[in-house]
Design a protein around this ligand. Structure first.
Ligand SMILES: [Zn+2]
Length: 427
């Protein structure tokens, strides 16, 4: 099984470009000739993590103020769907339609409007007060959402991400009180400091013309943005939460004969072995050939469904195994999981499982690298690192897929699936 990437590298050279503008803006473009459509975004590499505790929610508030153009009928007529979003490390203003792309001419017009609203919003008293009400409504609505498992989920998250400042309650929106305390001057100060060229990334994906003419037009359009100073990337080192096996159990608010089991193994963020961990995870618990399916479903008839995946929140990552099992078989099922993990560590598994996984993934990977946007993503990760993009470089992943051996799987199983794990049951 082989996958030739040389054509793709040639395409990256011809159709991809990265420009560092004099005012600090990084512009990453992917040209898709004859596509007739374009989409893009203006992103700021700062977010709620840059706030002071007293001004929690100010970045999200600013996002609202800079996106009041959702009332703009002109943008509606261009097919623009407003979808700005604030996260701890990023504020994103996509310039797109409902299925991502806009007609080429509409894109340029929409870009100009959104850019002006973002970098030169009107700090008008009336607009600020009405947006303040909207933001507070958003906070109330989130807190009121009905979820019988809320307390359980909160405790689990607290346990998993307890030391992660990006995960705290209302980390992004702030509280009603903190939003009330934000003044016009605060908003202007934060805007002046953070909404600057040095923190800005602009992406363009689509039909930019034979010689990237559309990109050059956008570069001109961006020339009036002030450079400002680059805000340093915030990164936290996660506390090692699990020192030995930990077991937590909760009462299920919806009584059932089954209990839900979640087993977490901590994985460092951006590990060099991510592709190999991915294969390991699939051999362990994805698809009917996987060890957990063979053991828990086929042999013991304990479960129906099973999910094994990587999940996390910015600075803490987990490999999670989740299934439902009869309460009386809970301990036995966990022993079966341990058994499967020991098989991986000792090499007691069929090496064909690696090829089964590769064969299953190959078509999807081919689709992915041929997708519009892959070149852009590749260039973005290459230039910004994947902390900012929160994505893994698919091309790199493909390259390291093919040479994965049984010895690699045994090594990563021993390195990452150690005894420091968290087992949660909801009974
Ligand atoms: Zn909002």
């Amino acid at each position: 099984m082989l996958f030739d990437l040389s054509g793709l590298y040639k395409k990256i050279k011809c159709n991809g470009s990265v420009n560092k503008l004099p005012n600090g803006i990084t512009l990453i473009a992917e040209n898709v000739p004859d596509y007739e459509l374009v989409n893009g975004y203006i992103d700021l590499n700062v977010g709620s993590a840059y706030e002071t505790p007293e001004k929690k929610g100010i970045m999200h508030f600013l996002e609202h103020l800079c996106a009041t153009h959702d009332m703009n009928k002109e943008l509606g007529l261009m097919g623009v769907k407003i979808d700005a979003i604030t996260s701890p490390l990023n504020i994103s203003f996509p310039i797109k339609g409902s299925d991502n792309f806009l007609l080429k001419d509409n894109f340029v017009k929409a870009f100009k409007i959104i850019k002006n609203d973002l970098f030169k919003p009107s700090f008008n008293h009336e607009v600020i007060e009405s947006e303040r009400l909207t933001v507070k409504k958003e906070i109330i609505e989130r807190n009121n959402k009905f979820n019988p498992y809320r307390d359980i989920i909160d405790s689990i998250n607290n346990y998993l991400y307890g030391n992660n400042p990006f995960f705290k309650d209302n980390a992004i929106t702030g509280s009603k009180e903190s939003v009330d305390s934000i003044t016009i001057d605060n908003l202007i100060d934060f805007h002046n400091k953070f909404f600057v060229g040095s923190n800005t990334i602009v992406g363009l994906i689509g039909d930019l013309g034979p010689n990237f003419e559309l990109r050059d037009e956008i570069i001109k359009e961006l020339s009036d943005i002030l450079k400002g100073s680059l805000s340093e990337l915030i990164s936290y080192v996660p506390e090692r939460l699990f020192n030995k096996n930990k077991f937590l159990s909760f009462n299920n608010p919806q009584k059932s004969s089954d209990c839900n089991i979640k087993i977490y193994y901590q994985i460092p963020i951006n590990p060099v072995d991510i592709s190999k961990i991915n294969i390991l995870m699939n051999i362990l618990g994805n698809g009917f050939n996987s060890l957990l399916f063979k053991e828990l479903r086929e042999k013991e008839r304990l479960i129906y469904g099973l999910s094994t995946k990587l999940e996390g929140h910015y600075i803490t990552n987990y490999l999670k195994i989740e299934y439902n099992v009869d309460k009386s078989k809970k301990d036995f099922s966990i022993a079966c999981v341990n058994n499967c993990i020991n098989k991986l560590k000792s090499g007691d598994f069929d090496k064909d499982l690696i090829d089964i996984f590769k064969a299953r993934e190959l078509p999807g990977l081919i689709v992915d690298v041929k997708k519009v946007g892959t070149i852009h993503d590749y260039l973005k990760i290459e230039n910004m690192g994947n902390i900012n993009t929160k994505k893994y470089d698919i091309i790199n992943q493909i390259e390291s897929f093919w040479d994965t051996t049984k010895e690699d799987i045994i090594r990563v199983a021993n390195e990452y699936l150690n005894d420091n794990k968290l087992v949660i049951s909801i009974e």
